[in-house]
Design a binder for this molecule. Structure first.
Ligand code: NDP
Ligand code: MG
Length: 394
């Protein structure tokens, strides 16, 4: 074992980003070591990961499930230590034996381990955009105070990061605006009159990317792009009016920077999350990601269109939250998580998702006291969830 290997914790190892990360790690056993993994409901898949990679730690939410996994691993000669609970997630994220954390948990549940990794000064590879949307200024302060290296994994933000140096002070005066590209999801051309009756499986059938169900629904409503607008605001220290969105159905141009002199910087590639994952793992170097080569000669023409605000009202709500009082983005995220869950459980219509978020944004206006500390923010998150549950009747 080389002392130089980067010791990586993959939080959310059983998910789409998690398994893509394991794929990239496995291509470079000389550079990376898998030190910790976590899962939520898929204990069997986590067991397979532990048996294949023998990480030092594995984390599950419940003690009973953790004990059962521990026994199973021991019986098969695997020395992984199984821990339980949210506290254990934060503990491995901050452990001295961990150099880098892949934040690939879905939803605001990922915020506490992200903050722990930030405070401990880790290389923090952020897929879990909801954590930044909820944590906002607190998140960024924890990164700064902890001396963490915050690297985007979201493909659009990785694209921007690949066009811009890490130190914003070197380019902030040179930028006019950025353009986040969006595929437009599965309903880009569908008759808006029929959207109320679409099923969860239709909403999750993304044309270009294979992703977890929550982000797939977010892509269908374009709330995903709204969350990314908020994410970009924090990652790149931009004003809301410096962030624009264009639909680009081919998902080849992953985002663009428009400079003051009208020079446009863009990053292109096949739609494969292993590219931004590999870049976050190897930055400032580059390693083989496993993605196929972009063949421009056999690529359909690249096209761009403006998002239709009537078809995608969720996108507009994200802008409204970004311009509203601090804490509004946490309310938006909480309401969206509850509404998407209700839609996936067939308790809410697809169009009901944006309606629920709009109503909760109106009903739960944050005050300065709601954003005084992280605990206050989490209490605001809980209040917005309760309001959303009342709205969807669940
Ligand atoms: P998945 O649903 O595929 O995976 C989510 C992971 O988080 C799983 O390992 C899951 O465990 C775990 N998890 C779920 N709920 C909790 C919880 N309450 N506490 C702890 N762990 C939990 O999602 P994705 O991989 O698609 O997305 C992960 C994050 O990355 C999201 O924030 C998403 O927005 C972002 N992202 C994803 C992209 C993609 O291409 N998939 C692209 C850009 C960003 P289990 O499976 O065991 O239940
Ligand atoms: Mg994205």
């Amino acid at each position: 074992m080389s002392a130089q290997r980067l010791r990586v914790a993959v939080l959310g190892a059983t998910g789409s980003i998690g398994s893509n990360t394991l794929d990239v790690l496995a291509r470079h056993p000389d550079r990376f070591e898998l030190t910790a993994v976590s899962a939520f409901s898929r204990a069997n898949e986590l067991a397979d990961v532990c048996l294949a990679h023998q990480p030092r730690w594995a984390v599950l939410p419940e003690p009973e499930a953790a004990q059962a996994l521990q026994q199973r691993l021991r019986d098969q000669g695997c020395r992984t230590e199984v821990l339980a609970g949210a506290q254990a997630l934060a503990q491995v994220a901050a452990a001295t034996e961990v150099d880098a954390v892949m934040a690939a948990i879905v939803g605001a549940a990922g915020l506490p381990p992200c903050l722990a990794a930030a405070r401990a000064g880790k290389r923090l590879m952020l897929a879990n955009k909801e954590a930044l949307v909820v944590g906002g200024a607190f998140f960024m302060r924890a990164v700064e105070e902890g001396g963490a290296l915050l690297l985007p994994v979201d493909s659009e933000h990785s694209a921007l990061f690949q066009c811009l140096p890490l130190d914003a002070s070197t380019w902030s005066d040179t930028i006019d605006h950025i353009v986040l590209t969006a595929s437009g999801g599965p309903f880009r051309t569908r008759d808006p009159q029929t959207l109320a009756s679409v099923t969860p499986d239709e909403a999750c059938a993304h044309p270009n990317w294979v992703m977890g169900r929550k982000i797939s629904v977010d892509s269908a409503t374009m709330m995903n792009k709204g969350l990314e607008v908020i994410e970009a605001r924090w990652l790149f220290h931009l004003q809301p009016d410096q962030i624009r969105v264009l639909i680009h159905p081919q998902s080849i141009v992953h985002s663009m920077v428009v400079c003051r002199d009208q020079s446009v910087l863009a990053q292109l590639g096949t739609p494969d999350m292993r590219v931004p994952i590999a870049y976050a793992l190897s930055y400032p170097e580059r390693v083989v990601s496993g993605a196929s080569r972009l063949d421009l000669l056999n690529t359909p023409s690249l096209s761009f269109e403006a998002p239709d605000g009537r078809r995608f009202p969720a996108l507009q709500l994200a802008w409204a939250a970004l311009r509203g009082p601090e804490g509004s983005t946490a309310v938006l995220n909480a309401a969206n998580e509850v509404a998407v869950e209700a839609f996936l459980a067939r308790r809410l219509s697809f169009t009901g998702i944006a309606q629920t978020v709009e109503r909760v944004l109106n009903d739960v206006p944050p005050s300065a006291a709601d954003v005084a500390s992280v605990d206050d923010l989490l209490a605001l998150d809980a209040r917005a969830r309760a309001a959303a549950r009342r709205t969807v009747g669940g």
